[in-house]
Design a protein around this ligand. Sequence first.
Ligand code: SF4
Ligand code: SF4
Length: 67
Amino acid sequence: MNKGKSIAEIHKDCVACGTCVKVCPRSALSVFKGVGVVVDREKCIGCGKCAKVCPAGVISIVGGASE
Ligand code: SF4
Ligand code: SF4
């Protein structure tokens, strides 16, 4: 699914600070039960803005390379 599409992946060390949620231009991120963040795979465009601002450095942009 979503083959060839870049997408944000949140690692388990997320501290649920919510910083990434605020910068996502597609509103693809939401804090889950105060313990982590979930990515809406349909909305995420893999722009990487969330990864740049995450203070814990736990976001990677995966997939979407050269097919
Ligand atoms: S990569 Fe961009 S669109 Fe995807 S969750 Fe992060 S900020 Fe939102
Ligand atoms: S900015 Fe990083 S630590 Fe904060 S909620 Fe997002 S993924 Fe988790």
